[in-house]
Design a protein around this ligand. Structure first.
Ligand SMILES: Nc1ncnc2c1ncn2[C@@H]1O[C@H](COP(=O)(O)OP(=O)(O)OP(=O)(O)O)[C@@H](O)[C@H]1O
Ligand SMILES: O=P(O)(O)OC[C@H]1O[C@H](OP(=O)(O)OP(=O)(O)O)[C@H](O)[C@@H]1O
Ligand SMILES: [Mg+2]
Length: 315
């Protein structure tokens, strides 16, 4: 098969090929009924039921492909989008050009991959604020955001050199960044924190947040097929909403309906069905994180036979 020719006329959609965002992204594609079979070792997969090709790329590279318009759509971390933007701005500044936009547009936040890019220092060390790291060495995979962050800090401290050259040394590391302080490679690091387990295990503490991140769906400024982009976005939004809600069903005496539907007003309105002898059945979407409380309150106002069901999809 001539792979390049087979991409003709297809919308190109970049997805993380490994790492923290890979599995959640594959689940999302499955929920949106985007069907494909990926050949072993091949980073391109043709979608069977839509004119789309999936391109498997490292999360960090996806904003570059989308930003240059080589790929129409992508899923990556917001941190990676900001890192790419900071790189584009730094390149423009060093060329004496005005800061330009990176060419990516965020369509929506996806409800996974939440983490924070944080400045971290040894827990029992001499550094207590980011300003203490000015003129020191900082290890990170996010060199552009880190350079931008310290440039601002240096400017605030009034110590920025006339040439605009950074006093703080940024060392680029591609993984296991937390090891850098213990091994003397860096005085502090800028890396991602979710649970904080990796940071604490390395004897580090966070002293500031550079960016708060979550996975995002992004598109290029001029996608090849805007209608298809809208269709995919709408399908993905449906899956995300379905994941956030559960369906709560219960029976209640008609006299209790007002109190009960105040507890479960639904996304738009609850569905109410009349049963025999003065009872009604209510069915309503409830935010998953609130369901335990909602069930407590429904019981209190006299609801019976409360059922909670997963929703697979919604529009
Ligand atoms: N611990 C985490 N919790 C939540 N999201 C994370 C976490 N670590 C990374 N991410 C998100 O996932 C994105 C990709 O990071 P990840 O480290 O998974 O990719 P990778 O570096 O390509 O893979 P690997 O680290 O396995 O080589 C990050 O930019 C961030 O948005
Ligand atoms: O706060 P936590 O829940 O511990 O998660 C944070 C860790 O997760 C990521 O590492 P990853 O697993 O991608 O390994 P890496 O350092 O090799 O990239 C990130 O770079 C942190 O090290
Ligand atoms: Mg990683």
């Amino acid at each position: 098969m001539d792979l390049v020719n087979s991409l003709n006329g297809r919308l190109l959609f970049a997805v993380p090929k490994k790492g923290r965002l890979n599995q959640a992204t594959l689940n999302l594609l499955e929920g949106a009924d985007i069907q494909f079979r990926r050949e072993n070792r091949l980073d391109i997969a043709l979608v069977k039921n839509l004119p789309i090709a999936l391109i498997f790329l490292p999360a960090a590279d996806i904003p570059t492909f989308v930003g240059q318009g080589r790929v129409d759509l992508g899923i990556t971390g917001w941190d990676q989008v900001k890192e790419h933007d900071a790189g584009v701005n730094a390149a423009a500044a060093s060329a004496g050009a005005p800061s330009s936009s990176s060419g990516t547009e965020s369509i929506m936040e996806l409800e996974f991959g939440a983490c924070k890019l944080q400045v971290q220092v040894p827990e029992k060390g001499v550094y207590t604020s980011s300003a203490d790291l000015i003129g020191r060495t900082v290890g990170t995979s996010f060199v552009n955001l880190t350079a931008e962050y310290f440039a601002q800090l240096e400017a605030q401290a009034g110590g920025s050199s006339p040439s605009g050259k950074l006093q703080t040394t940024i060392i680029e590391l591609s993984g296991s960044v937390e090891a850098a302080c213990a091994l003397g490679v860096a005085d502090g690091i800028v890396d991602l924190v979710e649970s904080g387990e990796t940071m604490r295990a390395a004897g580090l503490k966070a002293i500031d947040t550079v960016v708060e991140s979550v996975a995002v769906l992004i598109k290029s400024r001029s996608p090849s097929n805007p209608e298809l982009v809208d269709l995919i976005a709408s399908r993905i939004r449906g899956v995300i909403t379905a994941q956030r809600y559960v369906l709560c069903q219960y029976n209640i005496e008609r006299s209790g309906i007002e109190a009960a539907t105040r507890i479960t007003p639904g996304k738009r309105a609850p569905t109410i069905t009349t049963l025999d002898d003065g009872w009604v059945a209510v069915s309503s979407m409830v935010e998953k994180k609130k369901i335990a409380l909602v069930m407590d309150e429904l019981t209190r106002v006299g609801a019976h036979d409360i059922l909670v069901l997963d929703i697979h999809n919604t529009r």
